[in-house]
Design a protein around this ligand. Structure first.
Ligand SMILES: [Zn+2]
Length: 85
């Protein structure tokens, strides 16, 4: 695991469980399927970090780049993935 991910995982334990919160462990059914789940203990059902696609993404990887010239400026639409960690 990278040092950056370890730093995120070491942030602390989950202080509270909120039944209606889609990001609390145990409420995974409230979110999109995960892209990646990381658990400190290999094979553990208790995850430490989940990455899920945003259900209302601002950016999209399937979008064609739209370029526009505005005076001395060039404008290009944003492109990319919008995920939640
Ligand atoms: Zn929560």
């Amino acid at each position: 695991m990278s040092r950056k991910i370890n730093k995120i995982l070491d942030y602390g334990k989950y202080p509270i469980y909120i039944p209606k919160c889609p990001f609390c462990p145990g409420n995974e059914f409230m979110t999109n399927d995960d892209i990646l789940t990381i658990a400190k203990k290999e094979g553990s059902k208790n995850w430490d970090l989940r990455i899920i696609p945003n259900n209302k993404p601002i950016l999209n990887i399937e979008t064609a780049l739209k370029k526009e010239v505005d005076g001395i400026y060039d404008k290009i639409d944003g492109i990319g993935a919008h995920e939640i960690l």
